[in-house]
Design a protein around this ligand. Structure first.
Ligand code: SAM
Length: 262
């Protein structure tokens, strides 16, 4: 039945995840807006405000797909920079060392992201880099990043523990880890409404808009299987992180987990 869970092997999981994002890359923005009622934008803003980006920052956004989080990070850095320039003018030819890397396993998502960067006038910006890569095995040096974000991405990773270890490895001491992910609603009443929404409405939107019911069914099921807030916080701590905290948004529909490498 549509309410049951399908058992998927790791290989199948990898393939399904790949298919999902190939099939939706182009309708991606529309689907996100429809499924989250536009809220994903606010959630990403919240994620980036918790990050407190700063000029010169080395930041890695994993599973960055179409670049939403990276664009927000760059905009936040620019705002800080404008303010500090008013106080302390900088040499015009001083090099901007800020780097924001968007890393994603799927080249078509990165392609959509590059197109969107162009539309925003961010094309060719030296501080914005697009990198194809797997969260489980990052091609970045140890202790090279001030920040690491992953938004609606870790749920799709086959070995979450490996991805967390990689996040820990690439962060500098004092570096910040932030993860935005669909999570678990426990409030009675709201839980029933949310279950109905996710098992009935989301696959229907997937069917009519992206012409792909099965993939959206899979997204809902993968969200159900993702560890609850406390358990995921424990996994982050197991990877070596300190000061692990989480914030529920909309009663736990999504949660932002944060931690430091100390
Ligand atoms: N962060 C973006 C956002 O919030 O709009 C994109 C989220 S999208 C739902 C999930 C992304 O994770 C896809 O772009 C997919 O290609 C990527 N992804 C899935 N598995 C991955 C992995 N193992 N390593 C890196 N990216 C992965």
């Amino acid at each position: 039945t549509s309410f049951g869970f399908r058992e998927v092997s790791e290989e199948q999981k990898g393939k399904l995840v790949g298919d999902v994002f190939h099939s939706v890359a182009s309708k991606y923005d529309l689907m996100n807006d429809l499924m989250s009622l536009g809220l994903h934008r606010l959630w990403k803003d919240r994620l980036v405000s918790k990050l407190r980006p700063f000029p010169g920052m080395q930041h890695l956004d994993v599973a960055g797909g179409t670049g939403d989080v990276a664009f927000n990070v760059l905009e936040a850095i620019n705002r800080v920079e404008q303010r500090s320039l008013e106080v302390l003018p900088r040499d015009a030819d001083e090099e901007d060392e800020t780097r924001v890397y968007v890393c994603d396993i799927n080249p078509s998502m990165l392609e959509v992201g590059k197109q969107r960067a162009k539309k925003r006038g961010l094309e060719g910006l030296p501080s914005l880099r697009w990198v194809e890569g797997n969260a489980e095995q990052l091609e970045f040096k140890d202790e090279s990043m001030d920040g690491y974000t992953i938004a609606f991405g870790i749920r799709n990773v086959t070995h979450i523990d490996k991805a967390l270890k990689e996040a820990y490895r690439v962060l500098k001491k004092g570096g910040r880890f932030l993860c935005l992910e669909l999570s678990h609603v426990s409030m009675p009443g709201f839980k029933q409404i949310y279950d109905l929404y996710s098992f009935a409405v989301i696959p229907a939107i997937g069917q009519y808009v992206a012409k792909d019911r099965e993939s959206y069914q899979y997204l809902v099921e993968s969200a159900r299987k993702f560890p609850p807030q406390e358990r995921f916080a424990a996994m982050i701590a197991e990877a070596g992180f300190q000061d692990v905290q989480y914030e529920n948004l909309v009663g736990g529909v999504v949660a932002i987990h944060s931690a430091f490498k100390l």
